[in-house]
Design a protein. Structure first.
Length: 298
């Protein structure tokens, strides 16, 4: 363990449970992300790329080198009552048949969607090419952020956020829906694969989930709510924390870091309390954990 990481351990852990690498729509490699996490003073970092576990091995090696505890996770795009949400899955077995099947279908749907969206956008932006999007993705799972970056690169949008607003959000004529697993189904698949489930930034976009819906989701296997997130204002955080307390759900906090792909989401800008993290660790099955500092193996 490096001296800086050891100092953080002595002062108490700093835990960020939601980050992305360039294996999905982040801009840093898994190894670089782990190094940046150490530089940001984090003790624990979760890699949660969209619908893929492909960065886990590289991140695990880097975590051992940097003396950081890595939580291996992913962020699954899901649908609930016609609204899209994201579900964080922590430490599921990546070889579980049903999990692999669900993720493969999500990736296939995304691969089919992006070319169709490019076709729609080229009516307004003739300079856009599908090759541009694939070049930016560099083999990662294709997603709207890669399409947004291609639009920025050719000058059709000022930044990723404006590209989404102009072309890539529901309501835009160039937007296309895609298949996502129902939220309760995804919860069941992840739990059966030994993973823990936390709903990501549930009040950050679209209709707010009601306390009653959270109660129903807990009955379906939901185990936590991402409370402290940049898309939640102080009132939302306060109310979500109370819902989590009332339902005995884990309350997490995280950056949702994407590198240069998302502004104001610096590593560690939101963190998870140690007690809540230890509760969460007790919820995923005894899938073999690697590269864990001894202090966090209890």
């Amino acid at each position: 363990m490096t001296a800086s990481a050891a100092a953080v351990h002595e002062g108490g852990p700093r835990i960020d449970l939601h980050t992305h690498s360039d294996r999905s729509d982040g801009t840093d490699s898994p190894a670089a992300l782990v190094g940046l996490a150490e530089a940001a003073g984090l003790t624990v970092v979760a890699l949660t790329d969209h619908d893929t576990t492909i960065g886990w091995v590289e991140a695990s090696v880097a975590a051992a080198e940097h003396g950081i505890e890595l939580v291996r996770g992913l962020e699954v795009s899901v649908e609930d009552a016609g609204t899209g949400y994201h579900l964080l899955a922590y430490e599921p077995d990546p070889d579980d048949h049903d999990l692999r099947k669900m993720l493969a279908r999500s990736i296939e749907a995304r691969d089919e969607r992006i070319p169709l969206m490019v076709e729609r956008i080229t009516v307004q932006v003739p300079a856009l090419r599908l090759e541009d999007v694939r070049e930016i993705a560099e083999g990662a799972v294709l997603g709207r952020p890669h399409l947004a970056d291609a639009l920025v690169r050719i000058g059709a949008a000022a930044d990723r956020r404006s590209a989404f607003t102009q072309y890539l959000l529901p309501g835009c004529p160039t937007y296309l829906e895609t298949w996502s697993p129902p939220l309760t189904e995804a919860i069941g698949v992840i739990r059966a694969a030994g993973g823990a489930t936390v709903i990501a930034h549930p009040w950050g976009r679209g209709p707010h989930m009601t306390p009653e819906r959270f109660r129903e989701l807990k009955a379906a296997g939901l185990q936590g709510i991402e409370v402290d997130h940049q898309e939640h204002d102080e009132r939302a955080r306060r109310e979500l924390r109370q819902i989590a307390k009332d339902l005995d759900l884990v309350a997490t906090g995280s950056s949702d870091y994407h590198g240069t792909g998302k502004k104001d989401h610096d590593l560690g800008c939101n963190t998870t309390a140690e007690g809540e993290y230890l509760r969460l660790k007790g919820l995923w099955a005894n899938y073999p954990l690697v590269n864990r500092p001894q202090a966090f193996n209890s």
